[in-house]
Write a protein that binds this ligand. Structure first.
Ligand code: PMP
Length: 445
């Protein structure tokens, strides 16, 4: 019998997980780690929350699963209403699914079906950013601008028109404003070259997560993209799988920019790791148009099942009662100050960026020239391993194309306190000292 029949592309020396509580997670040897990345930026309310466990058990005692074409469930209705309220009614329809990729996939299909229903079937192309990450299913992967993930599948993905993502760290123009203007011009040129009448939607992450390590766009950029969508009659999809549900100090990251999308994709923090639940939210008009044409031709078996929705409702209850969105804003500011101080101390930190408790740290070999470490140095892996050896979990990502540096995300649960952040920073400081030592040896070689 094989000792490890799991088919994952990860290292062989992974600890076995034992249990978790709050911001901490333990392995079976008794070693404790601070979960400073909420797993995969998922456990927003922290581990082992009694309110959510209780709500899940209560729901299990009633009914775990009922199928959405046979029964309506009160928890699904309630969760949908809560989500709409959180957008202040700006997005008024909710479609539940089980993962971020499914939410993005649903957004793609709703956009396409909307234009088919409107008699514009030629609108079937998507514009998305490079770099970006939108998920691993074939449709979502087509939007994804991340070479190592998408390249092997190009023959079977739909692909998309890729345009540059704003980069407020490495831009070449004289000012950030000029850079944004240039990125918007390139976006418009790409839309015109592809044929504006063939574009269904522009899809983007308001704040990059795994893709760009916390790169945040500006209000002018968002307004510019919205204006382009309106000018050329296509939709604006925002992928809030990672940035949504309070992570950035607002319920949804789009709320920082005052620009309302037509569709958003949500996941991760919605179930907070307790149960897979994700959602696509859309403007009523889109759903009405599709309904008139016979209904949305899409759905998954587990979509909106009572256990998933009871979990999502309990998560939102916890977020409300513990004021976690404002805590994310407050502690995010503190975390950022501390990371900025580390950036002054360590030459290997080129840039700190992000908002709320979604903070990214880009690693560089030469700070003055913003030069990334060579790919062979595996900077992302090295720092993450050094941190893990010290009992700190951070989220790593290899450079997307060699032009940017590797980065790590510091994204603790939204329950984090200032003293937790002090602990995280102390361990990170120690890890960076060891990392910098290793990088000096690289220079000698
Ligand atoms: N979009 C974004 C922005 C993401 O960060 C992710 C997951 N990292 C996804 C989509 C895909 O979500 P899932 O892994 O739940 O399918």
């Amino acid at each position: 019998m094989s000792s490890n029949a799991l088919f994952y592309l990860t290292s062989n020396d992974m600890p076995l997980v034992s249990h978790a509580d709050g911001i901490y997670i333990w392995d079976t040897t008794g070693r404790r780690y601070i979960d400073a990345c909420s797993g995969a930026i998922t456990c927003n309310i922290g581990h082992n929350h009694p309110t959510v466990k209780r709500a899940m058990v209560e729901q299990l005692d009633k009914v775990a699963f009922s199928y959405r074409t046979q029964f309506e469930s009160q928890v699904a209705l309630d969760l949908a209403a809560r989500l709409v309220d959180l957008t202040d009614g700006e997005l008024d329809k909710v479609f539940f699914v089980g993962s971020g990729s499914e939410a993005v996939e649903s957004a793609i299909k709703l956009a396409v079906q909307y234009f088919v229903a409107k008699g514009q079937p030629e609108r079937c192309k998507f514009v998305s950013l490079r770099p970006s990450y939108h998920g691993s299913t074939i449709g979502a992967l087509g939007l994804t601008g991340y070479e190592p993930l998408e390249a092997p599948y190009r023959s079977i993905t739909l692909g998309s028109v890729k345009v540059p993502s704003p980069d407020l760290y490495r831009y070449q123009e004289a000012s950030a404003e000029e850079h944004i203007a240039s990125v918007l011009e390139q976006t418009e040129s790409a839309i015109l070259a592809a044929g504006p009448e063939t574009i269904a939607a522009v899809a983007l992450e308001p704040v990059g997560g795994a893709s760009t390590g916390g790169r945040m766009v500006t209000r002018a950029y968002m307004e510019g993209v919205r204006a382009l969508c309106d000018r050329y009659g296509c939709l604006l999809i925002m992928d809030e799988v990672l940035s949504g549900m309070g992570r950035t100090g607002a319920w949804f990251a789009y709320q920082h920019f005052g620009v309302v999308p037509d569709i958003i994709a949500l996941a991760k923090g919605l179930g907070s790791g307790y149960y897979p639940i994700a959602a696509m939210m859309a403007r009523q008009e889109l759903v009405d148009e599709v309904s008139r044409s016979g209904g949305f031709m899409h759905g998954h078996t587990y979509a909106g099942n009572p256990l998933a929705c009871a979990t999502g409702l309990a998560v939102i209850d916890v977020m409300d009662s513990e004021r976690l969105v404002s805590n994310a804003a407050e502690q995010g500011t503190y975390l950022r100050q501390q990371l900025d101080q580390l950036a002054q101390k360590y030459d290997c930190i080129g840039n700190v960026r992000g908002v709320g408790l979604l903070q990214g740290v880009e690693l560089v070999q030469d700070k003055a020239r913003k030069q990334p470490f060579p790919a062979s140095f595996n900077a992302f892996d090295k720092l993450t391993a050094l941190a893990k050896a010290r009992g700190l979990l951070i989220y790593p990502r290899r450079s997307l194309n060699g032009l940017e540096g590797d980065h790590v995300l510091i994204t603790p649960p939204l329950t984090v306190t200032a003293s937790d952040i002090d602990d995280i920073i102390a361990l990170l400081d120690d890890s960076l000292a060891a990392f910098e030592q290793a990088s000096l040896e690289l220079e000698v070689c």
